[in-house]
Design a protein around this ligand. Sequence first.
Ligand code: ADP
Length: 264
Amino acid sequence: MGSAAPVTPVIEARDLTKVYDGAGAETHALRGVSLAIAPGEFTAIMGPSGSGKSTLMHILGCLDIPTTGTYALAGQDVSALDDYELAEVRRTTVGFVFQAFNLLPRSTVLRNVLMPMLYTRVARDERDERAAAALRAVGLEEKLWTHRSNELSGGQMQRVAIARSLVNDPSLVLADEPTGNLDTATGDSVMELFGSLNAEGRTIVLITHEPDIAARTHRIVRLQDGFIVEDAAIADAHVRQYGAGAIPVADDALHPAAAPDGDV
Ligand code: ADP
């Protein structure tokens, strides 16, 4: 990085492995994954079913810890924290967005967005202000804020979930197949929202099966059999517009998957 002031990566994972003990057999879900993501990046994680995407996402989101390897999230080594400590880091540092939205269906929009702040010391007035700011940031009309979340369309629900992910001002927004339950047009508008949040400086990592969705991020990390097999910046706006099929994958566009320090 030369002599510029060092930037603390949001994600700095080194040699992560994850082994699941099954009945009589071990599964090596991650086999040595190193990944560095700088603040403000917009990254897609892709890969076939069983390649380790969910396992990696669970570790990156502090829902689980690696078997070996280290993981620093926003400068804090979280690779060996206990469940209680992981929960605290999740609450303060990560915003989650899920395919199935995971809203409380009978609670109002506002209540859903307030939820991550209920067990924090944030004062009530400030909670309300932050929830309102998040709902404005995702473009949800104010008249919907008092509706129950199960009265909304899928696209509106995902906007609420994105607002909820932002209220604690996380260092990282992690989205797991966020457009998977949406039709194409609605998925597009959710991706536009992610794009504008990223343009404002949010660091976003999303998992997707869909090349067209991945192509709207700025970097694609591809997993296969527990390894990163491709890590490519999408520099070309044309490619972003026309889809991942058009992404050049010349060797020099790839970061070496085995680089011990990743690429900040
Ligand atoms: P993906 O999200 O890409 O489909 P996963 O991370 O879910 O991949 O799975 C990677 C491998 O780990 C698969 O072989 C899967 O069966 C296995 N696996 C995932 N979670 C568990 C678990 N809790 N126990 C045992 N094996 C698991």
